[in-house]
Write a protein that binds this ligand. Structure first.
Ligand code: NDP
Ligand code: GDR
Length: 377
């Protein structure tokens, strides 16, 4: 393991996202100076890192945000030149698989070429010996199932514009490592979630809806493919693996996963069980529904027989990734990394956080205050 004594400086793209927020926390705890790139938006988009904010007018600032975008080479080059980072974590991306079918060119530009822009900036600035780079690669690279569990050696066959853009990013990272002897790693991370997960990814969509249904704020919600199986872990565990990859003697690519897979349908059952509600499914695929069979928690009263979930084909993807199970043996052996959270812990934490969030919203609404309307997308 690398053992530099000097205080290190890290630059995180995508710092306002789920992983960026957990990674920034981790690096600050480890004594790093953390710089992050945020996009300009018409509303504040820094909610996940606001607790880390430091007034730039103060001295000894260890957390600093810069405006930027992965589609803008000059901006990235200027920031990297100014920051002179020891480590860059390239987490920024248009990260929603379904949305990538609607915005394929943008996704290719940001998720694919964005990675090239970072690598090339480091090279042109003469930082190849100083700056280590982490690339946020993904289990979506595997796509069409060819072999399970998936390892670093499993062939790729991406099934979405997002997956294809990330395939370019994966290989350009490998190429710069080999061509210019750069320390650049791919973390092939399987799905990881948390209470900070974006609201339109399936886990968070489920835990938000379950919380609102339990609190009587919503009757039902809609999902797409209930048969998809994913290897879900906790984002907090996964950002630690990212950091570990950049502390090794040699740059390599690693799978990060739990080794267990669960269907979307079973995840729905688990989430409802966290509020004492058992549900049963009927129908098949496109006309499937879930009804309440029992509600055992006195805090939450939902009528037996009520339909709480329906399938809406609009959430199906033109091409789907059916089954993901990762084999993280290499990471376990070389980085001594293992996930600390089980899926049960994760779902309980996410449901509890959403119950808390919507209890507050309900309270405000009952007091006559205006709150944001629920968006079920
Ligand atoms: P999020 O969607 O939560 O965060 C994405 C981040 O990228 C946000 O900060 C977003 O900014 C930023 N971003 C989006 N577009 C641009 C752009 N054009 N220029 C600069 N920044 C941009 O993703 P996660 O935190 O979940 O994932 C982090 C990375 O890991 C992503 O690259 C994702 O593809 C990858 N990944 C994620 C996995 C997961 O299960 N979470 C699994 C495997 C890989 P804003 O807040 O303004 O939208
Ligand atoms: P994924 O995550 O596509 O695996 O990408 P997502 O949570 O969006 O979907 C997981 C599975 O659930 C099915 N599904 C639905 N998904 C969403 N979002 N909304 C629905 O209503 C719904 N109904 C069923 C999907 O079809 C899919 O099979 C995530 C992202 O974080 C990527 O950036 C990352 O690279 C991969 O994980 C690993």
């Amino acid at each position: 393991m690398r053992n530099d004594k000097l205080q290190k400086t890290a630059l995180i793209t995508g710092i306002t996202g789920q992983d960026g927020a957990y990674l920034a926390e981790l690096l600050l705890e480890k004594g790093y100076i953390v710089h992050g790139i945020k996009r300009r938006s018409s509303l504040f988009n820094t909610e996940r890192v606001d607790h880390l904010y430091q007034d730039p007018h103060e001295e000894d600032i260890r957390f600093k945000l810069h405006y930027g975008d992965l589609s803008d080479s000059m901006n990235l080059t200027r920031i990297i030149q100014e920051v002179q980072p020891d480590e860059i974590y390239n987490l920024g991306a248009m990260s929603h698989v379904k949305v990538s079918f609607d915005t394929p060119e943008y996704t290719a530009n940001v998720d694919g070429l964005g990675t090239l822009r970072i690598l090339e900036a480091v090279r042109l600035l003469g930082l190849t010996k100083k700056t280590r780079i982490y690339q946020a690669s993904t289990s979506e690279l595997y796509g069409l199932v060819q072999q399970v569990p998936q390892t670093e050696k499993t062939p790729f066959y991406p099934r979405s514009p997002y997956g294809v853009a990330k395939l370019y990013a994966y290989w350009i990272t490998v190429n710069y490592r080999e061509a210019y002897d750069m320390f650049a790693c791919n973390g092939i991370l399987f799905n990881h979630e948390s209470p900070l997960r974006g609201e339109t990814f399936v886990t968070r969509k489920i835990t938000r809806a379950v919380a609102r249904i339990a609190l009587g704020m919503q009757v039902n919600f809609f999902l797409g493919n209930l048969d998809a199986q994913r290897d879900w872990g906790h984002a907090k565990d996964y950002v630690e693996a990212m950091w570990l990859m950049l502390q090794q003697e040699k740059a390599e690519d690693y799978v990060i996963a739990t080794g267990k897979t669960t269907s979307v349908r079973d995840l729905v059952k688990m989430a409802f069980a966290c509020v004492g509600i058992s549900v049963e499914f009927s129908g098949n695929g496109i006309d499937e529904i879930a009804r309440v069979v029992n509600c055992a928690d006195d805090d939450f009263q939902v009528e037996t027989g009520k339909i709480v979930l329906k399938v809406d084909p609009k959430y199906h993807r033109p091409t789907e990734v059916d089954l993901l199970i990762g084999d993280a043996s290499k990471c376990k052996e070389k980085l001594s990394w293992e996930p600390k959270h089980s899926l049960q812990d994760l779902v309980e934490e996410m449901v509890a956080a959403d119950v808390d969030l919507f209890r507050k919203e309900k309270y405000l609404r009952e007091g006559g205050h205006r709150t944001l309307d629920y968006r079920g997308e």
